[in-house]
Design a protein around this ligand. Structure first.
Ligand SMILES: NC(=O)c1ccc[n+]([C@@H]2O[C@H](COP(=O)([O-])OP(=O)(O)OC[C@H]3O[C@@H](n4cnc5c(N)ncnc54)[C@H](OP(=O)(O)O)[C@@H]3O)[C@@H](O)[C@H]2O)c1
Length: 169
């Protein structure tokens, strides 16, 4: 089973602000939908609550320490390992070979040691924010593709989608 991290991160490491995204970039939203559609997604409770509704066509697996939290349209897990077990079962049921980990900070940190791929939208700006992507040892990762996402008329920043695979010995 391939475990992928899907993230949009600014030049200064910022991924979030005030419980939402610190930018509007429509090509990144489309890229996120394309990369995650039909797959089980693992996300933190705050990321789930930042959504208007559960993401359609995908399993929304929400990590929370609160055993009373049972949001509609999502499956909850009490830690990352439990989320991964649920995601693997969901992927088998869907007949897909990939799980997407979609944030935030602590969830990305838990996924980094076991992830196979990182789909990283590099947002070319330095917005203020209160959530950041954790430190990564990039020497463990091999860039396999890079695609410019030009800034459209209603986008805050230009961006680049970089795909990285974990280097195998
Ligand atoms: N740019 C991007 O790609 C991207 C992606 C995702 C999110 N974001 C942004 O980042 C912000 C949200 O991220 P965040 O880091 O603040 O929060 P988060 O990771 O989405 O949620 C944090 C919560 O998840 C639960 N959690 C996380 N790890 C856990 C673990 N190992 N065991 C049990 N529970 C765990 C806890 O929930 P409880 O408190 O319920 O116990 C914790 O308070 C928002 O601004 C969002 O828009 C950006």
């Amino acid at each position: 089973m391939i475990i992928s991290i899907v993230v949009a991160v600014a030049d200064n490491g910022v991924i979030g602000r005030d419980g939402g995204l610190p930018w509007r970039i429509s090509s990144d939203l489309k890229t996120f939908r394309r990369l995650t559609m039909g797959k089980p997604l693992i996300m933190g409770r705050r990321t789930f609550q930042s959504l208007k509704k559960p993401l359609d066509g995908r399993d929304n697996i929400v990590v929370t320490g609160n055993t009373d939290y049972q949001p509609q349209g999502a499956i909850t897990a009490n830690d990352f390992a439990a989320a991964l077990t649920i995601a693997q079962a969901c992927a088998k049921e869907r007949g897909v070979g990939e799980i997407a980990v979609v944030g935030g900070t602590a969830v990305f940190a838990a996924a980094l040691p076991v992830a196979d791929r990182i789909y990283k939208t590099e947002v070319h700006g330095n917005p203020a924010g209160d959530a950041t992507f954790p430190a990564v040892d990039w020497s463990q990762w091999q860039e396999v593709s890079r695609e410019a996402l030009p800034r459209g008329p209603s986008d805050d920043y230009a961006a680049t989608l970089v795909v990285l695979y974990r280097r195998r010995a």
